[in-house]
Ligand binder design. Sequence first.
Ligand code: NAI
Length: 331
Amino acid sequence: MEPVKRITLIGGGLMGHGIGQEFACYGLEVSIFDDDPAIRETVLERIETNLVFMAKNHLIFEKKIKAILAAVQIHDTLEAAVENADVVIEAISENLPLKKGLFKHLDRVCPRNVILASNSSSFTPSQYAGSINYPDRVLGTHYFNPPYLIPLVEVVKGEKTGEKTLKTMIALLKGIGKRVVVVKKEVPGFIANRIQIALFREAFNVVEQGIASPEEVDMAIKSSFGRRLGVMGPFEQCDIIGADLKLSIYNALVPEIKSDTKPSRLLLRQIKAKKLGVKTGEGFYRWTKNSRKKRYERIQKALIAMNKMDNIFSESSGKNREPEDKGKKGK
Ligand code: NAI
């Protein structure tokens, strides 16, 4: 199997620039194309801001920032961006007709051996690439935001995804320190988002029913099982407390919690009142520039601390990564 050296990202928005940045951190060559010139103009600036943050937190050497940025090329056309690519990952908007059109186009312009991946949060390979000429080279690689701080990638195997495509992608992702799970069936939401949305439905329901306020729900989760979830999954927890006790709790609560498929009334009310959150300055909380910065910093610092505790960064020491126990040496 040829080693993968060149990655192309189609879409340089929130996810595309972060995914590209991560490959560049590990010494791969990265090309990015976005069809919006304004986005193209800011990609390198956004990556640099992230890299400075990472250097401050000793995740990369400060002196490597220039080299990492130099490994990222921004292109004005898709054709130029995919030239010489070994792997193309699309992170364009979550719109099925757009993604279908893009995969058809990529299938035509990329040589047969190039792997085509999608970061789609909900669509499956059969949906966006079922009818292209070579669907065996297509699969999903679902990252989480921010991709350079969240270790997991869900690799989504389509009905027609080839074994070689799957193996090459898994090796590539593991090689840059990602934790990989393979989603073996093409189901919407894959693994993590299915489970996450079940939690969100009940969280919104608890507030709608007047059982607790949004702040109280957030506090209850963050200070209880939320803490544990980063270190202990539901099956580990089930084994620890015992399947018999878990079944009693399950039987008592499952009939009580929300199970319908209607849109959340709470969310509809928020949208009607234009309380979209950070975007409009108010959601369940008030968001000023300052409060947003503070909250984001707190979240990022906590994610870094958890990754360090879980040895994520030492598992993944690429050539630009700062060795975990060396502190400021090598700056
Ligand atoms: P975004 O809106 O920040 O970025 C999408 C970019 O794609 C935009 O810059 C847009 O100009 C560009 N674009 C749209 N059509 C294009 C085309 N035909 N060719 C080239 N560029 C095009 O969106 P975001 O959040 O980065 O999401 C991208 C994908 O990643 C979506 O499929 C989304 O579902 C998925 N995703 C998003 C996550 C998130 O937390 N935002 C997490 C995991 C997956």
